[in-house]
Design a protein. Structure first.
Length: 607
């Protein structure tokens, strides 16, 4: 008998997963915040599917030490489950449930042994944002080839990634999701207190790499002795004696920050991926036992860390963000480490640091929740520099409720790009090489409310040749980046991260504009409209005040035209083509039909 009772949203997730399987959906994604019990959902689903199918299931985690969590939690809902571990020297195959690390089973021999051990009905992938990596794809392909009916379920705290355009290669459906704010409001996660400390230092000289600030350049700024000292002093002032996880930009920064804490009389240690597993485990256990006050890490505790207060340790109650980031996904994962409920824990303090920047839009906590009341902490107005600020918000939940949560009629303050409102939703021109990004509301017939993200990509040509300046509407390829509607903040985060990825990857080595052309505080937006813009808008009786407004108007017009042209041909068009004997394909669009009819008229004029 199970020793825990599932929460209401966990039961909803299970129902959604079961319904999806009945509908033939074999690549599902569950989006739940850190601390919400994703592993419990997986365990309950695994129990049901294995007992129904008589086949085995696999729970796959990113690293060897992370499979301890599912191995410990599966018995909470399936007390007599046979669990085998596949990691390092362990190779316990043929059990009802196999918990395995990617580190181990990506090796050809171990993967072959896993595949041949038995038939499988279910594969769970923890921290599913890793699943687009070659090692994961190789494992998935091998399992699917041997088990064509296997269902793959990904677990993640956020679908928002700089490479979000590629997640659809592995997962086709967002089966279920709950946001962090929903679970805080429901009492399932701890509320968040924000303390922001300002540094009068500019980040504008730091370049971007892979969609975020270049780590080595950020470290160069943050490891200045004065900055290191002020960070430790800020922790002593605002966070002591809360047990704290600090996030550093890279390994060297983590080492230096841990040393700064130690020199300041604070018991601290550093943890990072280059440490041997034994040392990482020992330091985690020391932190959980209360022997360390601050644990400084680099990209380790954004996943798979289940901190529980022990008899001799206070709960984890502070997250120190000692690194600026442009990635909403990374920011969410970091603060999610501190929102687990624990006895004696009133809330989680997020100790964040702000810097001066006009060039970069650094993610900060109010952006995450789309808080209009805190809009002044968001992107700067044109020609103004975002100033480092010191802010204190005692309760994010209270602040969001006071700000009426999210105004869905406009982009959240987090959105740093120049979104235009059109009849088909929010749209963004991302350059002639990239086309348009669209955020549209879900159709009335869809089960889930929210927003879809679509990319309209123009036809691609050789970059050494002249590009078409005006491709026809039907030549655009539509890529839907969401298989199920996302809420307001997720949709804009996913869209903007995808835009950054497009600009970063396609601009390398080519003379192409970067995100300056889509930033909503770009310097050129306040200039006078061009003559070409004025002529185009005069035809529809529109008079823009400046170049930015003109660009938005034209973007909306173009996107509406493309979307309209891609809709099915009208009955009138079909009737005319049949009457005149014009040959057309099944499923012809309105734009294609219009062009065929136009060509017919031109041909008949010549006769």
């Amino acid at each position: 008998m199970a020793v825990i009772k599932l929460r209401d949203y966990q039961r909803e997730a299970l129902e959604a997963l079961d319904e999806g399987r009945h509908d033939g959906k074999r690549r599902q994604l569950v989006v739940l915040p850190t601390g919400s019990g994703k592993t419990i959902v997986a365990a309950a689903d695994i129990k049901r599917v294995v007992e129904q199918s008589g086949k085995g299931a696999i729970f796959m985690a990113h690293r060897d030490e992370l499979i301890r969590q599912p191995a410990a939690k599966i018995p909470l809902v399936w007390d007599d489950a046979e669990i085998g571990r596949v990691k390092a020297k362990d190779n316990q195959l043929g059990k009802a449930v196999t918990v395995a690390s990617v580190q181990t089973i990506q090796r050809e021999k171990r993967l072959q042994q896993l595949v041949e051990a038995q038939e499988y009905s279910l594969l769970y992938i923890d921290e599913a944002h890793h699943a687009t990596a070659d090692s994961y794809v190789r494992i998935i392909d091998a399992l699917v080839e041997a088990n064509p009916d296997i269902t793959i379920v990904g677990l993640t705290a956020t679908p928002v990634r700089a490479d979000g355009t590629r997640m659809s290669n592995v997962f086709s459906d967002v089966t279920y999701q709950k946001t962090m704010l929903e679970l805080i409001q429901g009492g399932y996660l701890a509320d968040i207190e924000l303390q922001q400390v300002g540094f009068d230092i500019s980040l504008d000289g730091i370049p971007k790499s892979a969609g975020d600030l270049k780590p080595s350049e950020v470290r160069r700024v943050l490891t200045e002795p004065e900055i290191m000292g002020e960070m430790v002093s800020s922790w002593k002032k605002y966070a002591h004696p809360r047990r704290t996880i600090a996030f550093a930009v890279d390994v060297e920064h983590a080492r230096q920050l841990a040393k700064a804490f130690h020199d300041g009389g604070v018991k601290s240690a550093v943890i990072h991926g280059e440490l041997p597993t034994e040392k990482r485990t020992a330091r985690l256990e020391a932190f959980q036992a209360g022997k360390l006050q601050v644990l400084v890490n680099c990209m380790i505790l954004t996943e798979g860390f289940d901190d529980i207060a022990t008899e001799n340790a206070s709960p984890l109650a502070c997250i120190m963000l000692a690194r600026p980031t442009l990635s909403q996904s990374l920011y969410i994962q970091q603060i999610g480490r501190g929102t687990r409920l624990s006895p004696g824990k009133d809330n989680c303090l997020v100790l964040d640091f702000s810097f001066n920047s006009k060039r970069h839009h650094i993610v900060q906590l109010p952006h995450l929740f789309g808080m209009d009341a805190m809009a002044k902490m968001g992107p700067a107005k044109p020609k103004e520099e975002t100033e480092a600020q010191e802010k204190h918000i005692p309760s994010i939940l209270a602040a969001v409720l006071e700000a009426n949560k999210v105004d869905i009629t406009k982009p959240p303050p987090r959105a740093g790009f120049r979104w235009a409102k059109s009849d088909v939703g929010f749209c963004l021109s991302i350059g002639s090489n990239h086309g348009f990004m669209i955020i549209r509301e879900a159709d009335e017939g869809e089960k889930q409310k929210g927003y879809h993200v679509l990319h309209l990509e123009p036809p691609q040509t050789d970059f050494d040749q002249d590009k078409k300046s005006n491709p026809r509407a039907e030549e655009y390829t539509e890529h839907q980046l969401t298989s199920a509607p996302l809420d307001h903040q997720w949709a804009f985060g996913l869209a903007e991260d995808a835009c950054r990825e497009l600009h970063e990857t396609r601009s390398k080595g080519r003379k192409m504009a970067k995100t300056t052309i889509i930033d909503r505080d770009a310097h050129w937006l306040t200039l006078d409209p061009t003559e070409k813009q004025l002529r185009a808008l005069a035809r529809v009786n529109k008079k823009p005040k400046n170049r930015g407004e003109a660009t938005n108007m034209i973007t909306a017009m173009l996107v509406e035209k493309i979307v309209r042209s891609r809709s099915p041909a009208t009955k009138k068009q079909i009737g005319f083509m049949k009457w005149k004997g014009i040959s057309y394909r099944d499923g012809i669009t309105k734009g294609e039909a219009s062009r065929l009819i136009g060509k017919w008229h031109e041909d008949n004029k010549k006769r």
